[in-house]
Ligand binder design. Structure first.
Ligand SMILES: C[S@@+](CC[C@H](N)C(=O)[O-])C[C@H]1O[C@@H](n2cnc3c(N)ncnc32)[C@H](O)[C@@H]1O
Length: 275
């Protein structure tokens, strides 16, 4: 079977299973078993070997069962990094890249900023910040031991152990700072919304990484004491929550509160400055 025939067949199977982007997923799965990039896929007309076909069927079966593509592939790009991803932590999302962008905006000009990432999951935000700001020292916290184990793998993979410290803990408990920046992508799907989520999230991503009610407010309250004067808090929030989060930050005394849209134009990042 040629790569093109394989892509057609897999795309049809994924479409039948209700996968939202069957063609792109098919291309990435076929590219994975051939060991080429998506753009190199069509340059090769080498037929898939039996072993490759068997592996493809295994991966397609998992994706048909609506396992997130990132988990099926086992790694995923985030900013300039490629990270290990699996069911121990949330798949890093494109909107979270905007969170990193806002953080870097505030860190520019600081030679050795101290940063705290609350709810680090795979380590995506913490590692991207350390990667893109060579002077940054980052503490990254999560209360999930499984997520931290994955973050530890990513810390080793990216070679930034000297500047990123991973800690198990509940929000900011025991962390004094002062930090120049506190960032968090806390769980923010309301319990009442959970049943309406797509199967990729409901069946595979950790519940405690997804569902939370006003966790941002607890982070924002604790961050007031942990931030240095003039330091920034940057939060990701759910679609439709930015207005509420922005009001909450202002009520807690944060200044210059600002919302930033994601690539789809929806406000998903809210930030404020400690006076
Ligand atoms: C939405 S995920 C974000 C993961 C990662 N930062 C990202 O952006 O891809 C939220 C993370 O917060 C962690 N978490 C939830 N409640 C927490 C708490 N009370 N204290 C520390 N971490 C918590 C979860 O285990 C999960 O890894």
């Amino acid at each position: 079977m040629s790569p093109l025939d394989a892509v057609h067949g897999v795309a049809r199977e994924l479409d039948e299973a209700g996968v939202p982007s069957p063609r792109v997923d098919a291309e990435l799965l076929v590219a994975e078993v051939l060991g080429v990039s998506r753009s190199e896929l069509y340059a090769s007309d080498r037929a898939l070997a039996d072993g490759e076909l068997a592996r493809l069927q295994e991966l397609v079966g998992r994706r048909r069962a609506r396992e997130p593509l990132a988990y099926v592939l086992g790694e995923w790009g985030f900013r300039q990094l490629v990270l290990n991803v699996d069911g121990r932590a949330l798949v890093p999302r494109p909107e979270t890249e905007v969170v990193v962008e806002r953080c870097l905006h505030h860190l520019r000009g600081l030679p050795a900023p101290r940063v705290l990432d609350v709810g680090t999951g795979s380590g995506a935000i913490a590692l991207a910040l350390a990667d893109e700001h060579p002077g940054a020292r980052v503490v990254a916290v999560d209360r999930s031991a499984a997520a931290l184990a994955l973050a530890r793998e990513n810390l080793a993979r990216t070679g930034m152990a000297a500047r990123v410290e991973l800690r198990r803990g509940d929000l900011l408990d025991g962390l004094r700072g002062p930090f120049d920046l506190v960032v968090s992508n806390p769980p923010y799907v309301l319990p009442s919304e959970y049943d309406s989520l797509q199967p990729e999230i409901r069946l595979y991503e950790p519940f405690e990484a997804v569902v939370g009610d006003r966790v941002w407010e607890r982070v924002a309250r604790a961050a007031r004491d942990a931030l240095a004067p003039g330091g920034y808090l940057v939060l990701e929030c759910g679609d439709g929550q930015a207005g509420d989060v922005a009001e909450g930050l202002a009520a807690l005394g944060y200044e210059g509160v600002l919302c930033t849209p994601d690539l789809a134009g929806r406000d998903r990042v809210v930030e404020g400055q400690r006076p």
